[in-house]
Every structure is written in C-alpha cells, then in structure tokens.
Ligand binder design. Structure first.
Ligand SMILES: Cc1cc2nc3c(=O)[nH]c(=O)nc-3n(C[C@H](O)[C@H](O)[C@H](O)COP(=O)(O)O)c2cc1C
Length: 180
C-alpha cells in the first residue's frame, strides 16, 4: 500500500539550510519507498487565517487559494513533516501562515494524519526551539496526530551544508526505523 508524506518546506530561499534539509529528507524518504508531496508555501498564494469562523460548520476554509492543494495532501498523508528556520525564537511566518489555516481541524471530526514531525534550524549556537515546538505540538494535538520527533539543527551561522545534510540523514533514518 502506498505510504505518503507531506513535506512542508518553509524555506525563504532555495539556497539555504532549510531547503537543504527538505531535499535530503525528500530523497531519503523516496528511497525508502514513500510517496512525498513537497510544498513550498513561500512560492504559493496562501492567505492568512482571519479568524472569520466560517470553518466552524466543519466544511473547511472559505478562502480560495493554494491551501486547497495543501489540505488535499494533508488528508492523504500518513506523516506531515514540517521544516522551518527559527525566526526570532519561533517558527517562520511562512510556516505559521500555513499552520493557522489548519484552524479548520478544530472543527472537523476526521482530523489529521497519523503522525507529525518537524525539522528546524537556527543560526545561533543555542537557538531557542521551544517556541516552535509549542506551535507544532499544539497543532499535532488539535489534529489528533502522534508526534514522531523533531530535528533541531543549531549553529548554521558556522556550519557547512555537509554537516546539515548528515544530521538530516540521521534524523530521517531514525524516523524510518521507528515506522518499520
Ligand atoms: C528574520 C530572521 C530571524 C532569525 N531569528 C533567529 C533566532 O531567533 N535564533 C536563531 O538561532 N537564528 C535566527 N535566525 C537565523 C536563521 O534561523 C538561520 O540563518 C537559518 O539557518 C536560516 O535558514 P535558511 O538557511 O534556510 O535561510 C534568523 C534569521 C532571520 C532571517
């Protein structure tokens, strides 16, 4: 049976560490036989949740934009894997915009994927990852998804891409092992 992952890559640019982590994860998961839907919210038309309350009827969001394809992949996925840089000790605004649009889950009974996980990177030698973790865990609880684990990469101001690649490969290998 096909096993699907939705990889939400909240890179702001394709030359950076976030994109590298996503590429490595996508490659490793595909090699293990997973079907991977990778989305780049920065390149999509995704509006902010206005809190209008229209989704309270359980029929989803009324905003007509590219979230439609993200919702579709989200509901087909066994795992949703988020990837974001740390911005001001929290998730980036790119991923937060997507996460807020999952307010639809608050009012739906079917809820989300079986598993969620996250990959994060920060430039500081000891980035504050707790803010980001609160956001991801809060979403996973709302979605009824089991939390699989998180990768926290620090010190990207000094690291090179090969170190980040290695850390990501190790993390995804562990994720895959835990699902066998
Ligand atoms: C707006 C902004 C805020 C940032 N805030 C933090 C921070 O609070 N802590 C930290 O460790 N790094 C912070 N950084 C650094 C990034 O997390 C780091 O450079 C990361 O590797 C960027 O990912 P990228 O290479 O995919 O762009 C910030 C960077 C930007 C652009």
């Amino acid at each position: 049976m096909e096993r699907r992952v939705l990889l939400i890559c909240a890179c702001g640019r394709r030359e950076g560490f976030t994109y590298t982590m996503c590429s490595v994860a996508e490659h490793a998961l595909k090699n293990d036989g997973w079907t991977v839907d990778t989305v780049f919210p920065i390149e999509m038309k995704i509006g902010h949740c206005t809190g209008c309350g229209s989704c309270e009827d359980g029929k989803g969001c009324v905003i007509d934009d590219d979230m439609e394809s993200v919702y579709r992949s989200f509901h087909e996925a066994e795992i949703v894997l988020f990837c974001t840089p740390i911005h001001y000790s929290g998730v980036s605004s790119v991923i937060k915009t997507v996460i807020d649009r999952f307010q639809t889950l608050w009012y739906s009974s079917g809820k989300g994927p079986k598993y969620m996980a996250a990959m994060m990177c920060g430039g500081h030698e000891e980035p504050e990852f707790r803010g980001a973790m609160h956001v991801f865990k809060s979403l996973s609880i709302t979605a009824g998804s089991e939390w699989l684990g998180e990768l926290k990469i620090a010190d990207t101001d000094r690291k090179d891409f090969s170190e980040v690649k290695k850390e990501t490969e190790n993390f995804i290998a562990g994720l895959i092992r835990s699902l066998k």
